[in-house]
Design a protein around this ligand. Structure first.
Ligand code: MG
Length: 267
């Protein structure tokens, strides 16, 4: 009886070892799956070494982490195109920043991105013009579908789920961490896109975490579908990777220091 039990335990152990070996080849990420590694296993892959970035100040643009894809090099919009016609964006480029040109339309990245960490800096016009939604309005559209609102929310009341750092029309930010108009503000976003099976059934919703000026304002929320004005359209199947879009909402909002780090499976 005891021998038989040991045999069974041994068999399970061998099966587990084989599973671990096979899985470790399929997923060499340092974190892997929760069950894959025991504590303090020195065979576990070390994380890749990168050089971290530096933070921006109001007068100085910081550096991205060494493994980030730089979306704006401070000089031109070569990584971007017009959503209207696919041609070069008609937005202006200034000294280290670019800005929306009212009426010129949305712009998008030429490349498509999947799950990611995204850093964006933006500044609304100073002196401010208009009130409510008509004041420093733009937007960061993850996958071109899910808007993290850009707005002058300093001393400017609007509906809660339309404030700066809202998932537009769905989730107000946890706090209003707005800086004054004209000051550079930051979004640090962690985005996981939705997944669909081959029949189009949704396996998971999109999910987003947002730090606004370093403050947690969206805490791992499931996005309800594409964002829209006075609507909640349902999800439709989309690819795992899609371009990032920025909104032209008829206000000259500035952007600088945009970079993205794509996340691999398991991250
Ligand atoms: Mg907007």
């Amino acid at each position: 009886m005891r021998k038989a039990l040991l045999f069974v335990v041994g068999g399970v152990g061998l099966a587990m070892l084989l599973t671990i070996t096979v899985t470790s080849q399929a997923n060499a990420s340092p974190q892997g799956t929760q069950q894959q590694w025991g504590p303090n296993d020195r065979n576990r892959p070390e994380p890749p070494i990168i050089t971290p970035g530096t933070a921006s100040t109001q007068t100085h643009v910081g550096a991205p982490p060494s493994d980030a894809i730089v979306l704006f090099n401070g000089k031109d919009l070569s990584n971007w195109e017009s959503v209207k016609d696919g041609g070069p964006p008609k937005w202006t480029v200034g000294n280290g920043y670019f800005a929306t040109v009212p009426g010129s339309g949305y712009i998008r990245t030429k490349a498509a991105y999947g799950d990611c960490q995204l850093h964006v800096e933006w500044a609304t016009p100073n002196p401010p013009h208009g009130t409510d939604q008509d004041r420093g309005n733009s937007g960061v559209f993850l996958h071109g579908l899910y808007e993290i609102q850009v707005l002058d929310s300093y001393d400017n009341v609007t509906y809660a789920d339309g404030e700066a750092a809202a998932v537009y029309g769905q989730y107000p930010p946890l706090v209003n961490a707005a800086r004054k108009p004209g000051e550079w503000q930051t979004y640090d976003i962690v985005f996981h896109g939705p997944r669909f099976d081959s029949s189009g059934k949704m396996l998971r919703a999109a999910n987003v975490t947002v730090f606004y000026n370093g403050v947690l304002v969206q805490d791992h929320v499931d996005i309800m579908g594409p964002t829209a004005h006075h609507q909640r359209p349902p999800y439709t199947p989309t690819p795992d990777k899609l371009p990032l879009q920025l909104q032209d909402h008829n206000h000259p909002v500035r952007y600088r220091n945009l970079w993205i780090r794509e996340l691999k499976a398991g991250q």
